[in-house]
Design a protein around this ligand. Structure first.
Ligand code: AMP
Length: 215
């Protein structure tokens, strides 16, 4: 089973991708997580990607496609995978079709998590993350037990540079410009499942239903 999730930043792609990968035992591939790891490791690519990410811009297609291709070749795809954060442009979507076809694979379903922009701004501006273990919090909806400190590892929580107000607006704009094209692309292929982004469990139930119908 091969899936991907579309949605503006903070639509809940990461949360749903993790649940899908756990329940269906699929490899979870998040381009955002890969980039953050490469930045942390200070690789040449990480240093380049950091500049784009901190400005709220998308990392150029050519680099992103190369990183994703390398990752797909390294991970175990026997049972399938769930992509999260890729594709974000039509060019990436078209490349993904080709890359998977070369591996004898294709996407089965694409879940599009729909949310209003105002809701997203609120969600993203309150988000705090643990740079040590990756846990995510929200100042209002999911605060840590001790202010500013990770519940799991006690590390100091930070606000991602790309969640800060100016960057956030640019990021949402850059993402929404391409979203319509992606939605059309996958709708034409008959594999798009649009889901209003509500409570986490409600969205996940819709995803499971779509998977069961399809499989
Ligand atoms: P995410 O954690 O998915 O929100 O990704 C964090 C940042 O990484 C995004 O705001 C982009 O700057 C960059 N990024 C992640 N995935 C992609 C992609 N498929 N194409 C271009 N940039 C990406």
């Amino acid at each position: 089973m091969y899936f991907t999730l579309l949605g503006l930043p903070a639509a809940g792609k990461g949360t749903q991708a993790k649940k899908i990968s756990q329940v269906y035992d699929l490899t979870h591939i998040s381009t955002g997580d890969i980039f953050r790891r490469l930045i942390e490791e200070e690789t040449a690519f990480g240093i380049k990607a950091k500049k784009y990410i901190e400005q709220g811009k998308l990392v150029p297609d050519q680099d992103t496609i190369q990183i994703l291709t390398e990752n797909l070749q390294q991970v175990n795809l026997e049972r399938g995978c769930v992509l999260d954060g890729f594709p974000r442009t039509l060019k990436q979507a078209e490349s993904l079709t080709v890359i998977l076809a070369e591996m004898g694979l294709k996407l089965d379903l694409v879940f599009y998590l729909q949310v209003d922009k105002e809701v997203l701004v609120h969600r993203l501006s309150g988000r705090r993350v643990c740079p040590n273990c990756g846990a995510t919090y929200h100042l209002e909806y999911n605060p840590p037990q001790v202010k500013g400190s990770c519940d799991r590892c006690k590390h100091h929580l930070i606000q991602r540079a790309d969640d800060k107000p100016d960057t956030l607006q640019r990021r949402l704009q850059a993402s929404s410009d391409e979203m319509d094209k992606l939605v059309d692309y996958y709708q034409e292929q008959g594999i798009l499942v649009s889901i209003p982004s509500e409570k986490i469990e409600t969205v996940f139930t819709r995803i499971k239903q779509a998977i069961e119908v399809r499989m």
